[in-house]
Design a protein around this ligand. Sequence first.
Ligand code: SF4
Length: 351
Amino acid sequence: MMTASTRVTLQNELLQWYHTVKRDLPFRRTKNPYMIWLSEVMLQQTTIKSMLPYFERFLNRFPDIKSVAESDINDLLKLWQGLGYYSRARNFHKACQSLADNNYQLPTQASQWLELPGVGSYTAHAIASICYNEPVAVLDGNVKRVLARFFSFKDCIDTNKATQELQKLANEFMNPHHCGEHNQAIMELGSLICTPKNPNCPNCPLQNFCKSKNENPKTLPITKKMLYIDVSWGVLILRYKNTILLQSPHDKSLIRDMYEFPLAYQKNAGEWDWSNQTLNNLPHKPSKTGSLRHAITNKRILIHVYIYNLDDKIYKNLTKTLTNGLIWIYEDDLGQFTINTISKKIIKRFL
Ligand code: SF4
């Protein structure tokens, strides 16, 4: 973590930068918790540009919590039409109604906001920091990206543990004197400067202390999606009369001690390297092809299935050269072999 004086310097630079670039938006001209709450709800999954006309129409029709609580949900949904994610509107309506017993008084602390239907930690922190200067840091996708780059956070950010660690870093970075503005500044930095594809480091107020600036910030944050590798494999089904070719367990078996259909890794598009060399040159076109998807740990696999019904001549030639545990078995006996999951999927789908 940074020293206290570095932190103060950065907080000030971030705030100054925010004051020069911030967009003038209706919900930034107020600290009215009802308006801030509504804006945060509408902004979930929606861009500022798209939500603004809805925000203004909604406030004209429903100027306060009481007006929402006493309205028919269908009137709310009509005004919400086009914004999508209607559960947001339903939860907002329900939450306003739940405040009736308390004379429509809104909570003042993040922990109390969290008790309302549909209010998660991001929304609770945003409202409590903006309206009541509570030092609770927001953590959305933008903030996670900025923090992961700034601190060179190399773990995958899509885990609960990473979220907790990033939340801790965000809380430590919080400016206690300007909590709401600090939160908005860091989000704005993520959407205008530290963008996913083109971080604009030379214009970033955090650049002097950013740990990724001189590495390659685009490689961070690491997400679950990035951990996946897309690969293509080939699987061969060779049939002759009522028999089928199976690979006995060997040292390259996909799963130890299990039988499988012969497997190949793709060298180039359409070019296969069969794990059993005997199969590299099959003499005629498959009778049928198909594909299916499967995932193993971090691999997303597209499996191309080639089914050949062999004639006598090819069968005899191939059988003469079969090596390394390739065996012909009766198709009806497949159930007697311990077969890996991919081969089971293929049997179910194609045989
Ligand atoms: S210096 Fe670059 S990578 Fe670091 S926070 Fe700023 S924009 Fe992001």
